[in-house]
Design a protein around this ligand. Sequence first.
Ligand code: FAD
Length: 291
Amino acid sequence: MKEVTPQVEIIAETKMDFEQLQSYLDSIGATEYDPHSAESDGESLIMAAGKACYRSWQPGLNPNVTRTRSDTKEYIGNIISTGHGSVLEHTSVSFLIYNVSRVFTHELVRHRVGTAFSQESLRFVRLVDIDFWIPQVLKDEDNADSEGVALIKEAVEYLESVQEKLAKIYQIDERKSFAIKKKLTSAFRRIAPIGLATCIVFSMNLRTARHLIPLRTSRHAEEEIRLVFSQIAEILVERFPNVFQDFHSRRVGGYREWYAENASQPYDKSDYELRNLEQQLEKLESSEEND
Ligand SMILES: Cc1cc2nc3c(=O)[nH]c(=O)nc-3n(C[C@H](O)[C@H](O)[C@H](O)COP(=O)(O)OP(=O)(O)OC[C@H]3O[C@@H](n4cnc5c(N)ncnc54)[C@H](O)[C@@H]3O)c2cc1C
């Protein structure tokens, strides 16, 4: 058994073709609009998608529009607060999440909207060594002899040895047919622990990210998914500061818990309202300090 820690890498994100957008802008005479003004391609696309809705690239193109917002923070802030959420769906990000258990991946794949998943196949990939993350709570709450953690390691090592024994008993390495190897590999995995570390490629759009981050970093979520989503949140808040401009966080139970001022669906309304009150209090205190 090898002890591992869940890891998150962002491996792709939406990229703009500014030349093509410029051709369209030239064709409608939107000469004042600067498509490069946003911090990232993802935010440029969100702005372009929103502006396409009302032809609000600059005043005068649509006779009904006399005033337009050109500042990215202000523009995307207005989209978020008015709930014009579909434009956020144009920008996507992809993560390679590894050293995570099937406990985690099973929870993750419950999210159906604006997501895509490709998970390591244990029908094809035969288990040899089992990588395993031990939740921090099991270490923190263990007794002085670390009996609990020792027992977990022993159990995982035993299951690892079962995989090796099964491979020998069923002579999988001697088999010529890949079809039978696949069937046996798939059957052996039934005796593996659900906590074995694996990997998954996970893509989502930024509207979905706004929904999932508060849900999955909440103190009520499971430790592993909190750990992963707190890493995802750090990455996205830094890359897309305007899309996540209303997100705030604080440390609760060892991990960051994130919440949004304009949440699509507060996970726990009473917690959310409490946090809003706390935030207002903090603002009040800092404005008093500044006075
Ligand atoms: C702390 C926690 C504990 C949980 N415990 C359990 C458990 O014990 N057992 C269990 O089975 N699951 C459990 N879940 C999973 C949970 O029930 C959801 O399946 C999961 O969180 C997916 O989120 P979502 O419903 O927001 O769906 P997503 O697929 O992420 O969809 C996003 C939003 O789109 C809308 N939407 C999506 N699909 C539909 C639809 N078909 N019809 C109408 N609107 C839709 C909803 O507004 C939804 O919130 C738990 C989740 C959390 C966060």
